[in-house]
Design a protein around this ligand. Structure first.
Ligand SMILES: O=C(CO)[C@H](O)[C@H](O)COP(=O)(O)O
Length: 229
């Protein structure tokens, strides 16, 4: 899809929010203009960190959050958490192909539960699996850091991966979002969009600032500027 026609979404990662005030933080960032809420699930097994699970996702729904909750599973095994996240109100669930015993089955479980599904690729994981499931996914998520921690620097090689994924998606003719996660900020968002991304996860770049609305507006200005060139 041509850059000018792309609909860009900003998905703040709650990993960087003040977790003691999570409901308010998510409310505030949505009021500030965010589109999705990115929900990083880490299990201290697939990645060396531990975050939150389905009860926290449900608590956000119960708090009144209606924006899509974009659940990124950094867990192994994958399947046994899918049902609980579907029940908790996840709008989309993505997982790492190498963490799933049966990729097609995991995708099917998510779709059967009515959520959007997708695959996540770490910086050194090839897009190899993609071609077999392009007609069955809604999201491709490219990690631009090694998963497990917020606040890391963007790995430049991810730009090549984004270009490659964009070509595959466009050639497939499918309606698939190309999401990017890790080290995305106002200063690099245009370059990342130019490489093909349309959905931007940003944690520390947004939550470390006092004014979320100004930060998100700055990001959108960068994206608009790129679109108008
Ligand atoms: O999935 C993640 C780490 O595994 C985070 O979502 C990601 O790193 C975003 O944080 P930041 O914008 O601070 O880099």
């Amino acid at each position: 899809m041509a850059l000018a026609d792309r609909d860009f979404l900003i998905a703040p990662s709650i990993l960087a929010a003040d977790l003691a005030r999570l409901g308010d933080e998510v409310h505030d960032v949505l009021e500030a203009g965010a589109d999705w809420v990115h929900f990083d699930v880490m299990d201290n097994h697939y990645v060396p960190n531990l975050t939150f699970g389905p009860p926290v996702c449900k608590a956000l729904k119960d708090y009144g959050i209606t924006a899509p909750l974009d659940v990124h599973l950094m867990v192994k095994p994958v399947d046994r958490l899918i049902g609980d996240f579907l029940e908790a109100g996840a709008a989309s669930i993505t997982f790492h192909p190498e963490a799933s015993e049966h990729i097609d089955r995991s995708l099917q479980l998510i779709r059967d539960g009515g959520a959007k599904c997708g695959l996540v690729f770490n910086p050194a994981t090839p897009l190899y699996y993609l071609k077999h499931v392009l007609d069955k996914i809604d999201i491709v998520l490219i990690m631009s850091v090694n998963p497990g921690f917020g606040g890391q620097s963007f790995i430049p090689e991810a730009l090549n991966k984004l270009r490659e994924a964009r070509e595959l998606i466009d050639a497939s003719g499918q309606d698939i979002r190309l999401e990017v996660d890790g080290g995305v900020k106002t200063e690099n968002i245009a370059e990342v969009a130019k490489a093909g991304a349309d959905t931007f996860v940003a944690g520390s770049a947004i939550f470390s600032k006092d004014d979320y609305a100004a930060t998100i507006a700055d990001m959108r200005r960068e994206l608009d500027r790129l679109r108008s060139v």
